[in-house]
Design a protein around this ligand. Structure first.
Ligand code: SF4
Ligand code: SF4
Length: 388
């Protein structure tokens, strides 16, 4: 992976937050040449003149000023393109953490998102199916099981056909809290997941969601984390009956994995093998753009978030967008034709509809619950077999 990418926006070092912030601000003040490369494609920075202007005016002790950071999508493009190797994305994430530490955040705009997270991480929705001999788990995240439970089930069965001891963990990695700067909530939840996996001698996590992938790679370095689409390129399942192949499509790379060349190439390999013709996008791979979902900006500045979505859709020039992220797919689906790569491999088409059936809330909650129940008996069975 590239070193100067979005993953650097998820700092893991032990330096106290305030020290880290002062260092980042000083670095930008001293080394930024105001070249504008970070701002060129960033709707958020454009609102504030330039990064250097913003940093010079920033008063760390004023909550209203620090609050500005909640308009940043945390997409990492600025960090990737900066010729000075500065990390504006990391700065904005730290500013969010700083804001959360200063005074309670106004969480009303994030109510639905945090409910989604809380429920996803709850005992009611979580499942740890770790059969005897299991050292690898599939961690599908929240979006895929919610919007596409049958696809998730078929995908797990396919992965299991390659590894009969494969485990399954259904829970939320709590990235929403991570991105809102609620470090305590995030660390408590994520460290508990990690501890449980390490206690069961799990060594490898197969992720379907780009956000979960980035979180595991950053905060669980003891585990090897692999995005499943990299694996699937090596054993593409028999293509489903897809009446829409041969059309021209574009591939949207999710920004949490902008530095993961392997998963980007794998997605393109699969799409090509399925018979589609891929047209390049103006911004792709490590220069990809946010779909508008990043950083939960849509909860507080919906127009700003939508401007990212529209920009990306314009770049698709009317072609269907294919992506490996459930969140990106939901953002684009509000305005244009989009397919999740898992739909292409494991979905079922209804008639001539270009879009496989995907669920919307509140069905997404019910789907996750039903999927959990579907696998709960396996946990029960293995427990019983162990007792006898
Ligand atoms: S992380 Fe993305 S949204 Fe935030 S400043 Fe950088 S380019 Fe702009
Ligand atoms: S790309 Fe880097 S050097 Fe150029 S304005 Fe942005 S932070 Fe400054």
């Amino acid at each position: 992976m590239d070193s100067n990418t979005a993953s650097s926006s998820l700092p893991q070092n032990a330096t106290p937050l305030r020290t880290r912030l002062r260092k980042s601000l000083k670095e930008i003040e001293e080394q930024c040449t105001d070249c504008g490369a970070c701002m060129r494609h960033c709707a958020f920075l454009k609102q504030h003149g330039s990064l250097l202007t913003l940093v010079r005016q920033l008063e760390l002790s004023t909550p209203e000023q620090v609050q500005i950071s909640f308009g940043c999508s945390l997409c990492g493009l600025c960090t990737t393109v900066c010729p000075q190797k500065l990390d504006p994305c990391g700065l904005f994430l730290d500013l969010r953490r700083h804001r959360a530490a200063m005074a309670p955040l106004e969480l009303t705009p994030y109510k639905a998102l945090l409910f989604y997270e809380r429920l996803g991480a709850s005992k009611l929705f979580s499942l740890f199916h770790l059969p005897p001999g299991c050292t690898t788990i599939f961690f599908p995240g929240c979006a895929l099981p919610g919007t596409r439970p049958a696809v998730t089930h078929r995908l797990f069965a396919h992965l299991q056909s390659q590894n009969k001891n494969l485990g399954l963990v259904l829970t939320c990695c709590t990235k929403p809290s991570h991105d809102l700067g609620r470090s305590d909530v995030f660390q408590n939840n994520f460290q508990a997941i990690k501890k449980r996996l390490l206690t069961h001698h799990i060594t490898t996590v197969l992720t379907a969601c780009p956000n979960c992938t980035a979180i595991f790679r950053q905060y669980a370095p003891e585990l090897s984390t692999e995005n499943i689409f990299s694996l699937l390129a090596e054993f593409v399942p028999a293509p489903i009956d897809n009446p829409h192949k041969h059309q021209e499509v574009v591939v949207h790379d999710p920004c949490p994995l902008r530095g993961d060349r392997q998963s980007q190439e794998a997605a393109r390999t699969i799409v090509s093998q399925l018979g589609y013709t891929i047209r390049p996008m103006a911004h792709q791979q490590n220069k990809t753009l946010c779909c508008g979902e990043g950083g939960a900006v849509g909860c507080v500045q919906p127009q700003l978030a939508t401007s990212w979505t529209q920009k990306r859709i314009a770049q698709a020039q009317g072609r269907t967008i294919i992506t490996t992220c459930g969140g990106c797919s939901a953002m684009f689906a509000r305005f244009t034709a989009v397919l999740h790569l898992a739909d292409l491999l494991f979905g079922k088409y209804v008639g001539n509809s270009p879009q496989p059936k995907i669920s919307k809330p509140p069905m997404t909650y019910l789907n996750r619950l039903l999927l959990k129940l579907r696998y709960s008996w396996r946990v029960w069975w293995h427990k019983k077999a162990g007792e006898n």
